[in-house]
Design a protein around this ligand. Structure first.
Ligand SMILES: [Zn+2]
Length: 188
């Protein structure tokens, strides 16, 4: 997996464009109660985000019903739930066997990812994700089954294309986890 993507302006623009499309779709669909959705973005402080994209990645799209005041938040390829690191950082760093190679250690240090955070991510990928209703339904498409003890590396292998395609497809695959009752909890 190519870590150049963590600094690739084209990739960041693509992620933003997809989030804009996901948000437009949700807004066009209106509120579940029938009222009109107004913009009500969530502020974010994304870690692992290059400075040049910070201004556009400092908030997540969300809407508020003009009558019911209910929140509707679209799926996202930028944020994996409410975690403080960008989704692509969580995927790329977790996919590396950090500690085993100097390059992997440097990547963690460069992105300011503490070892305990990485351990928590590993636990989430390999222990918690496989238990979700999302995974139990969505993983059925992979044959032979994905080795859950090696997610996300073993999951990345199932998508085809160049490094950007593969990462993007994985982030799109995970989008159902970024909204609703199975949204990830706060914390790095
Ligand atoms: Zn409403």
């Amino acid at each position: 997996m190519c870590h150049a993507l963590l600094q690739d302006p084209k990739f960041f623009r693509l992620l933003l464009r997809i989030d804009v499309e996901l948000a437009d779709e949700v807004r066009a669909g209106g509120c579940a109660c029938g009222c009109v959705l107004h913009r009500a973005k969530y502020p974010r402080k994304p870690k692992g985000c290059p400075a040049e994209f910070r201004s556009e990645f400092e908030w997540r799209f969300s809407f508020c019903g003009n009558r019911c005041r209910g929140r509707t938040t679209p799926m996202s390829v930028r944020y994996l739930g409410r975690r403080v690191y960008l989704g692509l950082v969580m995927v790329l760093v977790s996919a590396r066997d950090v500690g085993q190679t100097p390059a992997a250690g440097r990547l963690c240090a460069a992105l300011d990812v503490p070892v305990r955070t990485l351990r928590r991510w590993r636990n989430w990928w390999t222990q918690q994700l496989p238990l979700t209703a999302f995974w139990q339904a969505a993983s059925a498409r992979f044959m032979p089954p994905v080795a859950t003890e090696h997610i996300p590396a073993s999951l990345l292998e199932r998508f085809v294309g160049d490094a950007a395609d593969v990462l993007l497809r994985l982030l799109v695959f995970l989008t159902p986890l970024t909204v609703g009752p199975i949204a990830l909890s706060e914390g790095c």
